[in-house]
Every structure is written in structure tokens, then in C-alpha cells.
Design a protein around this ligand. Structure first.
Ligand SMILES: [Mg+2]
Length: 243
């Protein structure tokens, strides 16, 4: 007797996750409004403290300088803070202002960069998820969870800046799994970026959830094959995980 095995598009059932790693920017809050506000405030700061620099570089000019520093210093690709600090040093120098103002200018930028508007679903969802799973933050950005007021939900934070390489490198995912205390195939990584979060997590052997927030992704389409969850917000993810 022969049995027919039906072909299926579903990936093999994954083992339930034991821990979650979470991206921050554009997963817990929209990052660009905060960056734009911070750039505006930085320029206002320069107008007060380094007017020649503010005159020579408008916001777009400062951004171009930052991009140029990023291009010419690939060794800082995991450290956005180093790139922005050096670009400010350069702007001040080129305008004939005091380079020593780069650090306080950067501090002003960073304090505004931390004034993010957390998505409404995030705190209730973190509360549910943290009650069930160890949570580890995994970010390529320079947001500080303590400053933002969410650090108590997380067991640990792994940042590209402190670790030395960023996503999509498998090594940083492995470090996050180590801190989460679970093997990679039992860790679900949660993030908005299809390449840096979803494809990279799958390639590193983790499970992956794509958070396709409607304000950033009009369509929740294009997730790589094998993606374990596609959700519109973290509340939906908590529902799917039974948290
Ligand atoms: Mg992100």
C-alpha cells in the first residue's frame, strides 16, 4: 500500500522559542521622526554655540558630511556615534570653530534622539512577553533603553557599538542568544528590517519574526521563505506566542 504525502508550503514546525531577541529602532518606536527632530535641535544648538559652523552647514550639509565620514571610515560601520562625533568635529574645524564643541554638540543631539515616541502596543506587549520569555535587545543603533525607560523589560542589551560588529553578522546574534540563555534555534528574533533582522537571524540559525508596522511597511509582503511570523505590531506577536 502506498501513501501519498501532500506537498505543503508550510515550513517545518519550529520548536517553541525559549527566549526573544528584539530590534529597537522602527520595531519599538519610529526612528526617523526622532532623528529629524534631533538634527533640527542640533542645528539650533550650533547656531547658539558655534554660529560659523551653523552658517556653513545647514541640516542637509551636516548630513552629507556624516555620510562622507561613514563612507571613508568603514571600520566605524557598527558605531553610529563615532561617525556622528567625527562629522561634527570636521564641521567645526572647517568652519573655524572650536573642535572641542563636538562632544557637547553630540550630547545635545543624542538627548533629542532619545525622545522617541514608543508605539502604543509596545509597553503592554513587552509586559506580556517579558512575563513569559527572557528578552534581549539587539541593535545596530545608538539608542539607550535606560534613557528611554524600557530597560527593565530586558535581561540584556547587545549593541553593535559595544560588541564590535553589527547585524547582519551571525556573531552578534550568537552573543544575544548567549545572553538570553538559549540555543539559537530556540530563540526568536523580532525586528522590522527584512535583511538585517529577518534574513540575518534565519541565516544565523535563529527563528525570525518580521514586524511590518503599517506606518513603515504599507504591505507586509516579501518576507524570506522560512520566516516564522509576520505581524503588524508586538501585540499581535504576543497573541501568536500565547504570551
Ligand atoms: Mg530596526
Amino acid at each position: 500500500m502506498r501513501y501519498l504525502v501532500k506537498a505543503t508550503n508550510n515550513p517545518p514546525l519550529a520548536m517553541p522559542p525559549l527566549a526573544l531577541t528584539l530590534d529597537l529602532d522602527d520595531t519599538l518606536w519610529p526612528v526617523w521622526p526622532a532623528i529629524e527632530r534631533a538634527e533640527t535641535q542640533l542645528h539650533a544648538w550650533l547656531q547658539r554655540h558655534a554660529p560659523a559652523t551653523a552658517r556653513r552647514f545647514d541640516i542637509a550639509g551636516l548630513r552629507a558630511l556624516r555620510d562622507e565620514v561613514a563612507r571613508t571610515h568603514p571600520q566605524w560601520s557598527h558605531d553610529l556615534s563615532a561617525i556622528r562625533l567625527e562629522s561634527l568635529r570636521r564641521a567645526l574645524r572647517q568652519a573655524g570653530d572650536d573642535e572641542g564643541l563636538a562632544q557637547p554638540a553630540f550630547d545635545a543631539f543624542l538627548s533629542w534622539r532619545h525622545r522617541v515616541e514608543i508605539y502604543a502596543d509596545v509597553v503592554p506587549a513587552l509586559q506580556r512577553l517579558a512575563a513569559r520569555f527572557p528578552l534581549v535587545a539587539l541593535t545596530n543603533g545608538n539608542a539607550d533603553l535606560q534613557t528611554i525607560g524600557l530597560s527593565h523589560w530586558f535581561r540584556s542589551v547587545v549593541s553593535a557599538r559595544s560588541f564590535g560588529v553589527g547585524k547582519p553578522h551571525a556573531a552578534i546574534f550568537m552573543e544575544a542568544c548567549r545572553r538570553a540563555g538559549a540555543p539559537a534555534h530556540r530563540v526568536l528574533h523580532v525586528g522590522d528590517d527584512l535583511a538585517l533582522d529577518v534574513a540575518a537571524a534565519l541565516a544565523a540559525g535563529l527563528q525570525a519574526a518580521w514586524v511590518a508596522r503599517p506606518d513603515i511597511h504599507a504591505e507586509a509582503e516579501g518576507a524570506p521563505e522560512g520566516t516564522h511570523h509576520v505581524v503588524r505590531d508586538l501585540g499581535e506577536l504576543a497573541d501568536r506566542l500565547g504570551a
